[in-house]
Design a protein around this ligand. Structure first.
Ligand SMILES: NC(=O)c1ccc[n+]([C@@H]2O[C@H](COP(=O)([O-])OP(=O)(O)OC[C@H]3O[C@@H](n4cnc5c(N)ncnc54)[C@H](O)[C@@H]3O)[C@@H](O)[C@H]2O)c1
Ligand SMILES: O=c1ccn([C@@H]2O[C@H](COP(=O)(O)OP(=O)(O)O[C@H]3O[C@H](CO)[C@H](O)[C@H](O)[C@H]3O)[C@@H](O)[C@H]2O)c(=O)[nH]1
Length: 337
């Protein structure tokens, strides 16, 4: 059976990919320091190691012991506005830990990597939709640290006869359609989760960060991709590498943008009542609009998304939020408004 080391597998996206790998007959092994992840997100029966993805000796030991043939690297910090306030922490975790991971892979002679990257590497794109060949000019430390990690992976792969698929995710949202995992973090900043919390009365309102951008309705535009489709892109990337495919860097989005107001309307539709909102100042480090040119991922990985709909994303995100709320009995006071 194909064994794959998943760093960050106790997080939102990593845990969805663990499920997708299991569903496809692979054997995932999770390494996570639980800094933002949850052990309960790792399915029963999956080997879980609590530790740092940057601990080269630990990575080497896990890879050797489990006979893993590939690594998927999700472990990172990923909140763009937070990175503006704490750049060194982002560089340390997103680049520094990736150095240790690669050292461990080199020592264990594991030469296949799927790397989580982000649309934040593009900054404010000159043209939309933005293609993989666009100039990368990140506008926040999150994007800069991820771009540096991408480059380091490419250089290390060339030196050590390794191959990689770097997936630049656009805005990942929704939850497992079967309800097994989703966004568990409290104090969320991502729009769709925030909107679901507001729809369920866990916070007073959604702050619309900027209503005077040069977009269709003045609010920020993003390409929202369902987390289950993203997970299937990872399985496809793994098979590409296992089949001897060349290194690739691919956008992962649907190629369609939605404004903040459109998102709030979709979540309101799913909830059966409008999402309360108020206009707030722009957030530092926020580009006005980011939409993927997304043909390459479909062509190179034969990726066929199944949940390409804002309504589906909103419904699955809301369903998950409802389950979490019922489980925790949380309300407005617990969420801090
Ligand atoms: N959520 C998005 O919209 C989005 C968009 C683009 C890219 N990404 C990328 O996807 C990846 C996963 O993001 P997510 O949304 O699942 O975030 P998350 O915070 O839910 O998951 C990250 C996981 O990594 C773990 N982790 C962090 N640093 C670690 C370290 N040094 N060693 C071991 N474990 C560590 C955390 O405990 C957590 O379980 C990240 O690389 C992120 O940059 C996310
Ligand atoms: O309470 C909120 C939250 C967000 N927004 C707006 O909604 C849009 C999306 O914001 P998110 O915080 O949901 O996501 P970001 O676009 O900031 O960033 C996300 O997507 C990026 C890729 O595009 C990165 O990968 C990053 O990891 C991830 O945080 C932006 O226009 C933002 O200003 C609001 O108006 N109010």
């Amino acid at each position: 059976m194909t064994t794959v080391l998943i760093t960050g597998g106790a997080g939102y996206i990593g845990s969805q990919v663990v499920l997708a790998l299991q569903d496809s007959g692979c054997h995932p092994v999770v390494l996570d320091n639980l800094s933002t992840g949850f052990q309960e997100a790792v399915p029963a029966g999956v080997t879980f190691v609590r530790g740092d993805a940057g601990d080269a000796a630990l990575v080497e030991a896990i890879l050797t012991r489990t006979g893993a043939c590939a690594v998927m690297h999700f472990a990172a910090l990923m909140v763009a506005p937070e990175s503006v306030r704490e750049p060194l922490r982002y560089w340390q975790n997103n680049l520094g830990a990736t150095i240790g991971l690669l050292e461990g892979m080199v020592a264990a002679r594991v030469r296949l990597l799927v790397l989580s990257s982000t649309a934040a590497v593009y900054g404010i794109p000159d043209t939309l939709p933005v293609g993989e060949d666009a100039v990368c000019r990140p506008i926040n430390p999150y994007g800069s640290s991820k771009l540096a990690a991408e480059r380091m992976v490419a250089e290390a792969a060339a030196a050590h006869a390794a191959r990689y698929v770097t997936l630049r995710y656009f805005n990942v949202a929704g939850a497992d359609p079967a309800g097994r995992t989703g966004q568990r973090r409290a104090g969320a900043t991502h729009l769709i989760k925030v909107a679901c919390e507001a729809a369920l009365g866990q916070r007073m309102a959604v702050d619309i960060h900027g209503s005077d951008y040069a977009t269709s309705d003045g609010t920020g535009v993003r390409d929202y991709v369902h987390v289950a489709d993203l997970a299937s892109a990872h399985v496809a990337a793994l098979h590409h590498l296992l089949g001897g495919g060349e290194s690739l860097t691919l956008n992962c989005g649907y190629g369609r943008g939605h404004s903040v107001r459109e998102v709030l309307t979709a979540v309101g539709r799913a909830a059966g009542r409008p999402v309360p909102w108020r206009v707030a100042p722009r957030r530092p480090g926020d580009p006005p609009a980011v939409v993927a040119r997304a043909e390459n991922v479909r062509q190179r990985l034969q990726w066929q998304p199944q949940y390409d709909s804002l309504d589906r994303i909103a419904a699955d995100a809301l369903g998950w939020e409802r389950r979490m709320m019922e489980r925790d009995g949380s309300g407005l006071a617990a969420a801090g408004g």
